[in-house]
Design a protein around this ligand. Structure first.
Ligand code: UT7
Length: 332
């Protein structure tokens, strides 16, 4: 086995969001809520909702096509696909296998990795490890979610927060003499707080039954206020640690791409990191929380808007169910 020491580069990014928009106003007709409550508590104005035909794999495949094109590659160049999702098309086979056949990427090894909203950072680090073995050349990483399929549309404390979409990137080793690349990762998890954010039904602990359906076990459940406190604490810790451990100062970061869950969490992060909010890329108002898709959609939009340029140092930082969290430093 050969082990490579060159850094891993993000070669191209892509994203896809369904065309159907669900506004806060629309939601106020479904549950007892208001645009004012949702916007002031979260910063969300609207979110996208997938159609019946659009699934986690189809949205992931659309985002992937754009990422592969942006990388200047074809599907035949992709030798691994990793999908991060907590709303797979089905328990098995993996959503990555379904994406593979939709793309026609026959040479790719396929797997899913589940780390909820931190999923994209986890799959980026996994892809980096695989690339460093020297056995894979181009790994396609996809964060994709159809959360509308696991939301309880009678629970106003959760259904207003989430949306559907997908983001993707192609990762490969830097060429000889090429500058930039992923500098470092810092991932973490705390399974003792699993029940703060979870979906109890559908696995082997509570398989589908009449009673599990009556008890609404097949929907996402969250203790929002507690999740909020953990989110602020661990995201700022992970971000501060990774910046310091790499001998950088926060003011050297050109752009921060945070997991888009709540504007107040992002503002707290901005204060704790002493990085002005203007340097954070934000699209929470348009999409809500898209879990594993949130960072790659934001990254793709930031790149295409010219907010991330060659040589820029950027920070990606996320938090989610598990509990899981993570940060990544990248030189573009
Ligand atoms: O992806 C990572 C995981 N998720 C997160 O990062 C989410 C983290 N948590 C949050 O973003 C916030 O905790 C929420 C947005 C979920 C909630 O905001 P909050 O300021 O913590 O509100 P709360 O849960 O303490 O609720 C305050 C009040 C309650 O009423 P009472 O008990 O004060 O009378 C809720 O019943 O707001 C009520 N409420 C609502 N009212 C109108 C809760 N949801 C709604 C709603 N519309 N949709």
């Amino acid at each position: 086995m050969s082990t490579a020491t060159r850094p891993v580069k993000i070669r191209g990014t892509g994203s896809f969001t369904p065309s159907k928009v669900l506004t806060n106003e629309d939601l106020s007709k479904i549950v007892d809520t208001s645009d004012e409550w949702i916007y002031t508590r979260t910063g969300i104005k609207e979110r996208r909702i997938a159609s019946e035909e659009e699934t986690t794999s189809t949205m992931g495949a659309e985002a992937a096509k754009k990422a592969i094109a942006a990388a200047g590659l074809t599907v035949d160049d992709i030798d691994m696909i990793i999908v991060g999702t907590m709303s797979p098309d089905m328990p098995f086979p993996s959503t990555a296998c379904l994406v593979q056949t939709q793309l026609g990427a026959r040479k790719a090894v396929c797997m899913d990795l589940q780390a909820a909203c931190s999923g994209f950072l986890y799959i980026m680090e996994a892809a980096t490890g695989f690339l460093c073995t020297g056995r894979y050349r181009n790994v396609l990483v996809i964060g994709s979610e159809k959360l509308s399929s696991i939301l309880d549309w009678q629970d106003r404390t959760t259904c207003v927060l989430f949306g559907d979409g997908a983001g993707a990137a192609v990762l490969s080793l830097a060429e000889e003499g090429e500058s930039g690349g992923i500098i470092d990762f810092s991932l973490g998890a705390d399974g003792s707080n699993a029940e703060l954010l979870y979906m109890p039904g559908g696995g082997c602990a509570i398989p589908a039954s009449e009673s599990s359906i009556q008890q609404r076990h097949h929907f996402l459940k969250m203790r929002g206020r507690e999740v909020y406190k953990h989110a602020v604490r661990v995201m700022s810790q992970a971000a501060i640690e990774i910046v310091e451990q790499n001998g950088l100062r926060a003011d050297q970061l050109s752009c921060v791409i945070p997991h888009q869950a709540n504007m107040r969490i992002i503002e707290a992060l901005s204060t704790r990191l002493s990085i002005p909010i203007e340097r954070f890329y934000l699209n929470l108002d348009k999409y809500g929380n898209t879990s594993a898709a949130s960072i790659p959609i934001a990254l793709d939009e930031a790149v295409r808007a010219g907010k991330v340029k060659q040589g820029d140092k950027i920070l990606l930082v996320a938090f989610g169910a598990g509990l899981t969290w993570g940060a990544a430093l990248v030189e573009w």
